[in-house]
Structures are given as C-alpha cells and as structure tokens.
Write a protein that binds this ligand. Structure first.
Ligand SMILES: [Zn+2]
Length: 216
C-alpha cells in the first residue's frame, strides 16, 4: 500500500526532515481514513464480517495487526500497553473492555479477543522489552490473560466472546495461533497463506450456527 512506503533516502535524512515526513504521513493516513468512501467500505466490511475483533497488544510500534492480516484500518479494536501486560481486573481497562463487548454483542455480533505477545525469530534482542526480551515470559502472560477473558465473558453453550492467543513474529510480520492443547498454527507456513480473516470466518460460522443465524 503506497501509504506505508518509506522513501529509501529517509533513514539517512536530517532529523527535521524525518519528523516532517512522519507528520505528512499521518496527515495522508487521516485523510484517507476519514473519506466518505473509506467509511462506507468499513461499514460494508463490518456487515459482511460481523465478528468484532479486539486485540490486546504491546505498544511496540512494530505490532500492526491490520497490516499483517490485511484487514482494513478501523476494523480491529486495539488495546495497548507496555509489553502487552494487562490485568483485566484493572478498573478502567475492565470497564472499557466490558463496555466495548456489551456494545458489539448488543448489536448481534460475536467477539474475538486476540491476546498477543511478540518476538523476533532472528534475534531475541528484538523481542519484547516489556518482558526483558524473554519470549517465554511474554507468552506465559498471554495465557493468563486468556483465562481472564474466559472468566469475564465465558460460560454458556455457545461462545459469544472467544479469546485467542497469538504470537506476532516481527521480522516477517507473521502470526502464530495457539490452540488449547499446546498446539500451534503458524500462518506463514500454510501453503495458501491463510489470513486471520479466514480463521475468524471458520470460527464465526461455528459460533453462529447454533443461533440459526446466517452470516451471508
Ligand atoms: Zn513489546
């Protein structure tokens, strides 16, 4: 996408020039995002794909889930903190999350809460500073959050809000999904490069069927 292209000369340019480029880049993004056509496209996308996607993630600027999953901007609701460290018992976070989930569920939508950690396959030093570059600790924390999401939103026969632990590999911007039994699925390894949206669609169908809903 042209908006993300970084000019070759920029990393060596004077700092003032780089700052100007960042502001101009932000202005172009804002203009594209706020256009009537972009708003209509988002509304259409949400109508076609009703599952609300929330992401808990580190505030590290490399973690761009919409870019990695080829999801249009403005669809995925992010919650950011240093290291992706969260405790859903924190008053403001808990209230914000519950309010958001109530809003989407009241509109007849299911919710997918993606709980992420990040790492670099090329060099551990490019991992998460919030966990002192220890990926095992970062990953272990996401499993704790998954249980908190279940405690907050779980129960019942049909999953309405479902947590999913994902690792984000920042060298190649790829996702690794973690299953319930310690199994993993690296989306980059799939021959057809399955996108997160495909995985969500599969889950969406399963979640909607018992309700007699027709996502189409
Ligand atoms: Zn981090």
């Amino acid at each position: 996408m042209p908006l993300r292209a970084l000019p070759d000369h920029l990393p060596q340019a004077p700092i003032a020039q780089r700052i100007d480029w960042v502001f101009e880049h932000a202005r172009r993004h804002a203009e594209a995002f706020a256009s009537p056509g972009a708003w209509l496209a988002r509304q259409r996308y949400l109508a076609q794909h009703p599952t609300a996607i929330l992401v808990l993630k580190c505030m590290d600027g490399r973690i761009n889930i919409p870019v990695a999953t080829q999801t249009p901007p403005g669809i995925i609701q992010p919650f950011r903190n240093l290291g992706g460290i969260f405790d859903l018992g924190w008053p403001h976070l808990g209230e914000t999350l519950v309010a958001h989930v109530n809003k989407v569920v009241s509109a007849g939508r299911a919710g997918l809460v993606i709980v992420t950690y990040h790492y670099s396959k090329g060099d551990p030093a490019r991992g998460c500073a919030g966990f002192h570059y220890c990926t095992d600790d970062a990953r272990a924390h996401t499993f704790q959050i998954r249980e908190q999401v279940r405690a907050l939103f779980g129960g019942g026969d049909v999953p309405t809000v479902c947590p999913l632990v994902c690792g984000f590999e920042t060298d190649e911007d790829t996702l690794v999904l973690h299953g319930e039994q310690g199994d993993t699925l690296a989306l980059a390894d799939l021959a057809a490069r399955m996108t997160l949206r495909h995985a969500v669609l599969a889950w969406e169908t399963r979640a909607m069927e018992p309700l007699g809903d027709d996502p189409a």
